[in-house]
Design a protein around this ligand. Structure first.
Ligand code: GTP
Ligand code: SPV
Ligand code: MN
Length: 601
């Protein structure tokens, strides 16, 4: 297929090998956006190095101290473009009801027309990069492919770290692009003018298409991540009988050599990466932890009646602030090489610096200005690292298994100063769905808007579910009914505080103590106290050997305040009723049951 623009700079010289469906789409987009050049990414290591060098030459990437941080670079985004923009993110289904009260909605025809005028001629003077990618292990039947077209070289190199690109992906797309059940997702992205008034992230689940304009940051721009692997995939998952979730996946081997995997959903910047890369405390010898994924899980009911998970991603786009040798040495070691940093500060000798990095001093802030504490933190609170999962010292050898890994427990959690205890276990799957639907958490810097405000974030999917939450909970209940060996469902809160604002729980590595209790529950070897909200460990049920914690703090962490919980259940009930007729009766029933138990307490 001939395009009117130069193909010379391509990583792929012979585009006749590319699937005609992809070529035709690229051709259509080029006619609309008018790039000077089209560059087809081949996904090779050589190409990554070359594209990075081009960005360095254009001052879009800054090389960092090569002794301390070899092959690491810094990118600074526009200060108006530092996080996800939920108010500018839309699900475009023909019926507003299908998007649900949990989403912003625009009619797809109107959205297409609006985006068409934004994309018209927007790539003049720029290069159009074609990034074919595969979400999930390349040979897994559960994986799905996509193609992102972008005019940002930064996005292209980030996608090369975050997803599986390269020859095998191109071949899989060529094989599948003509099939009805696995067509590739079409993601069109332009940074536009980075004008917040001309910024939209549109999703067309029925067309398996994404259009993003006006932002170059994170989930707004790396379309394989939240746009494809959660919003579009959750829609596909519903029609196909699986789940696309905002969950980490981690493997845990206990001192007896028994191995289990758990998947956990916490809202943005609430501890998924850290739990996925957990380092056991010194007082828990013999435990082994391996990361399968840190942000997204695709879960399938297996033929054995268990739930199986793959991680669709191949890299991490992780929160930088707070990462250090004490909180997460694995992550700290991982980002010391081959890493792209976005919006961190700099030391005098060009090392990246962020709040929580011990030693050294910031000299230049994330905006590139001389650091002055009067202007706020040196690194942006949502500054991020992008790094290949292969750099993770505890990357699981099973992360590439085509069938995924079997899940023994599902965990929901949030960031709450009060109300939610350290951990509780749901009565069964259906009650667990209520527990997930009731997740509330303090907002964080991961999205634009005020941080620290408690809001409902069901299953940590509020910004990411591509359809009506009422239908989504019905789907969860339905998936559970297909599992003869469903995982138990838990709720955790690492973020309880006292009146002075001090965290009551040490968190990080010590979270393994809570996980140990969960795994023992599954094995039938740990006891619990039955409460109206679920089953809680008593102080003696938790392994606190070697832990510095006062009895009073531990008691506080494991207490269910009936009065506070009656209020909580009332607020949950009001929230759920907002979904009207789409709210499954079984969920109302679980809510009623809990309320009844509380009234009796
Ligand atoms: P997204 O990538 O936005 O989805 O975030 P995430 O859920 O992966 O969050 P992450 O693990 O990056 O943690 C976000 C912040 O919470 C970091 O600053 C961490 O240092 C901090 N954090 C993580 N785990 C804990 C914990 O157990 N206790 C406390 N107090 N802080 C934690
Ligand atoms: C999140 O906000 O949950 C993230 C970062 O993981 S982003 O990719 O920007 O969505
Ligand atoms: Mn996330």
């Amino acid at each position: 297929m001939a395009t009117s623009v130069s193909q010379k700079a391509s990583g792929i010289n012979d585009i006749s090998q590319i699937s005609p469906a992809v070529r035709q789409w690229v051709d259509e987009v080029a006619k609309l956006t008018r790039p000077d050049r089209i560059y087809w990414c081949d996904g090779s290591a050589e190409e990554y190095r070359r594209l990075v060098q081009e960005l360095v030459a254009r001052n879009e990437l800054l090389p960092l101290n090569a002794e301390e941080f070899p092959n690491c670079f810094l990118a600074r985004s526009n200060p108006n473009d530092v996080a996800r923009v939920e108010h500018l993110t839309f699900i475009c289904t023909p019926s507003k009801e299908d998007a649900g009260p949990n989403n912003n909605w625009i009619d797809p025809k109107e959205a297409r027309a609006r985006m068409r005028s934004l994309f018209d001629g927007c790539m003049r003077g720029r290069t159009l990069y074609v990034v074919p990618y595969c979400m999930g292990p390349i040979d897994s039947p559960y994986s799905r492919c996509g193609v992102e077209i972008t005019d940002s070289g930064y996005v292209a190199v980030n996608m090369m770290l975050m997803t599986r690109t390269g020859r095998p992906t191109l071949e899989r797309i060529a094989r599948e692009s003509t099939s009805k059940d696995k067509p590739f997702v079409r993601g069109l992205h332009s940074i536009g003018e980075l004008d917040p008034n001309r910024r939209f992230i549109m999703h067309y689940p029925q067309d398996l298409a994404i259009e993003s304009f006006g932002s170059g940051y994170g989930g707004n721009a790396l379309l394989g991540k939240k746009c494809h692997a959660l919003r579009i995939a959750s829609w596909q998952a519903r029609t196909e009988g699986w789940l696309a979730e905002h969950m980490l996946i981690v493997g845990l081997t206990n001192p007896q050599g028994e191995k289990h995997y758990i998947a956990a959903a916490f809202p943005s910047a609430c501890g998924k990466t850290n739990l996925a890369m957990l380092i056991p405390p010194g007082s828990m010898p013999g435990w082994k932890v391996e990361t399968v994924g840190d942000d997204i899980a695709w879960l399938h009911p297996g033929p054995d009646g268990r739930l199986w998970a793959i991680n669709p991603e191949a890299g991490y786009f992780g929160v930088v602030p707070g990462t250090n040798r004490d909180t997460n040495r694995n992550a700290f070691d991982m980002i010391k090489r081959d890493t792209l940093f976005t919006n961190v500060a700099l030391t005098a000798d060009k090392q990246p610096w962020w709040e929580g990095r011990k030693k050294l001093e910031p000299v230049i802030d994330w905006k590139g200005q001389p650091f002055d504490p009067k202007n706020g933190p040196a690194a942006h609170p949502n500054s991020r690292f992008t790094v290949s999962a292969r750099n993770n010292p505890i990357y699981s050898p099973h992360a590439d298994d085509a069938q995924g890994v079997p899940i023994s427990a599902l965990v929901f959690g949030g960031r709450r100063r009060e109300v939610a205890p350290l951990v509780y276990e749901s009565r069964d799957w259906n009650h667990g769905v209520l527990v997930g639907a009731s997740v509330a958490s303090e907002t964080t810097a991961a999205a634009v808007g005020q941080a620290g405000v408690v809001r409902r974030d069901p299953m940590a999917m509020l910004p990411f579910c591509g359809y009506n939450f009422g239908d989504y909970w019905a789907h969860w209940l339905n998936v559970g009914s297909k599992l003869s060996k469903p995982p138990r469902i838990y709720h955790v809160n690492w973020f309880r505080r006292d009146a002075q604002g001090r965290f009551l729980w040490p968190g990080f590595g010590d979270n393994l103590r809570v996980i140990e209790w969960m795994l023992k529950r599954s094995a039938g070897t740990a006891t619990a106290e039955t409460t109206p909200i679920g089953n809680l460990p008593r102080a003696q049920d938790l392994n606190i050997q070697g832990l510095q914690i006062s009895d009073a703090d531990l008691k506080e962490l494991l207490t269910v305040d009936a009065k506070l919980w009656r209020e909580e259940l009332k607020s949950i009930g009001e929230y759920l009723r907002g979904y009207g007729a789409r709210l499954p009766a079984k969920l109302t029933e679980e809510h009623r049951k809990t309320l009844e138990l509380l009234d009796k307490a």
